[in-house]
Design a protein around this ligand. Structure first.
Ligand code: TRP
Length: 450
């Protein structure tokens, strides 16, 4: 028996992939990726995003899983365990802050998807023009009580599942439903690309114009690589701590990254041809998916049925992500402060939900409340995604690249010499040199310093 027996562990490889992919695949892929791609001008942004995924996201992901499994702890405890008496664990505080901020607005958007399940069920979209569907969305998020009601509903569900614990909670929900979401996405793509006027959407997606790419866009692409892969917060450190020692981590990281990226690209292909076909503004912002897809469903056989199912599964995808965010904070409180799991989960959920309320109101009564040139919602997202997550990623890659001994990294990846690690040198090169330099450069560029 290894030390893993002291902790819950995922049952087999599929359990971990399902849970990690469940964390990674969420609103980030289907809501945020298309919307920021629209805001930052399309194809060139996507190319920068893909480069960030490959050169930064992938090595950071492998770093997180490796550190978690080595230490058998969550984000915080892992640093304390592997480098006792050093300040590395401070990076854990950034992870906690990021988890707070991200979950606060994530719960709001997840609440929107729940309202959309009900709207679709009651046939609210049928016979409506694209303009009417757009107005319906604006009318909904502009209200005070209704979006907050759904946000609280969603956060309560998240809380409930996290209390249930890792195996029963996380694994069971993510395994079955994600493949169904993938199938619907395929249908959506097929319908969207065959709409009249879809060609402009292709151009937007696949014909890069780098002259339109701002330094802010590059920073957003980097931030979104972290957001979408669930990196920089300690989520995958925690999940890594539950992976059995005889699993090979390199291929796991590649699988999760590939799945996440494919889903985001599919969402892009499902949305942009339709955006142009229906004359929707690509830079419409956070509502893009909600104003575009109901139109596509209207043009599909059994569209209302698929529309209900789609928003339902999107809410589930959001749930498997939100539990992984809440888990970061809960694991910290349970492991480092010896608070009971139930208390930790309930208190954290309450605080995050409260903080989410001004995020929700950013589209209504607080829409005039702006700082740093944006509303509350955008600022929370921006600070967490574009600063805290990449900083967390910088720390973990430096930690694996420079602080841990190469032989320890090798020992962990090869399970004491029993698994192949042909990728070790390139991984360490990326973690040690490429990722840290790239993250720093994008930061400085984003701040207009270089
Ligand atoms: N990756 C998720 C998404 O794309 C969101 C998420 C879950 C996340 N866990 C995270 C983002 C940890 C950053 C860090 O929707």
């Amino acid at each position: 028996m290894t030390s893993v027996s002291q902790r819950d562990s995922f049952t087999g490889k599929y359990g971990f992939i399902a849970a990690a992919a469940g964390s990674a695949i969420g609103l980030g892929n289907i809501w945020k990726f298309p919307y920021i791609t629209g805001v930052y001008g399309g194809s060139a942004f996507i190319i920068v995003y893909l480069i960030c995924i490959l050169l930064i996201g992938l090595p950071v992901m492998l770093s997180e899983i490796t550190v978690g499994r080595r230490a058998q702890k969550g984000g915080f405890g892992a640093y304390k365990n592997l480098a006792p008496g050093t300040p590395w664990f401070f990076s854990g505080y950034m992870g906690i802050a990021a988890a707070f901020l991200i979950l606060s607005f994530y719960g709001v958007v997840a609440g929107w998807t729940m309202e959309y399940v009900v709207k679709a069920l009651t046939g609210a979209f049928s016979g409506k023009t694209p303009d009417e569907i757009g107005a319906m969305f604006g009318g909904f998020i502009g209200q005070t009580a209704k979006p907050i009601f759904w946000q609280i509903g969603f956060m309560s569900l998240t809380c409930f599942i996290v209390i249930a614990g890792i195996k029963n909670g996380i694994e069971r929900y993510s395994k079955i439903l994600m493949p169904v979401l993938l199938v619907i996405l395929f249908f959506l793509c097929a319908r969207s690309v065959t709409l009249d006027g879809a060609a402009k959407g292709f151009e937007f997606l696949f014909k890069p114009d780098f002259s339109k790419l701002s330094s802010e866009a590059v920073l957003a692409a980097l931030g979104h690589a972290f957001f979408s892969l669930s990196l920089g917060m300690g989520t995958l450190v925690t999940y890594g701590s539950y992976v059995k020692k005889n699993e090979s981590l390199g291929p796991l990281a590649v699988h999760i990254t590939t799945a996440d990226t494919i889903i985001a690209l599919l969402a892009g292909i499902a949305i942009f041809p339709a955006v142009f076909a229906f004359g929707i503004e690509p830079a419409a912002g956070p509502g893009l998916v909600f104003v575009t897809l109901p139109n596509v469903f209207q043009q599909m056989p059994f569209g209302s049925f698929f529309c209900v199912l789609f928003f339902f599964l999107l809410a589930i995808a959001a749930l498997t992500s939100s539990i992984s965010i809440l888990e970061v904070v809960v694991t910290h409180l349970v492991e480092d402060f010896r608070v009971s799991r139930k208390t930790a989960t309930i208190v954290t959920t309450l605080v995050i939900t409260l903080f989410g309320i001004p995020c929700s109101l950013s589209f209504g009564v607080m829409s005039e409340f702006k700082f740093l040139g944006a509303n509350f919602f955008d600022n929370v997202d921006h600070i967490a995604s574009n600063f805290l997550l990449p900083l967390g990623g910088l720390c973990i890659s430096l930690f694996v690249g420079w602080k841990m001994a190469r032989k320890d990294v090798e020992d962990e990846l090869s399970n004491g010499g029993t698994l192949g690690t042909g990728y070790l040198t390139i991984f360490l090169f990326l973690a040690k040199i490429v990722a840290p330099i790239a993250i720093t450069a994008v930061f400085l560029h984003g701040l207009n310093i270089i």
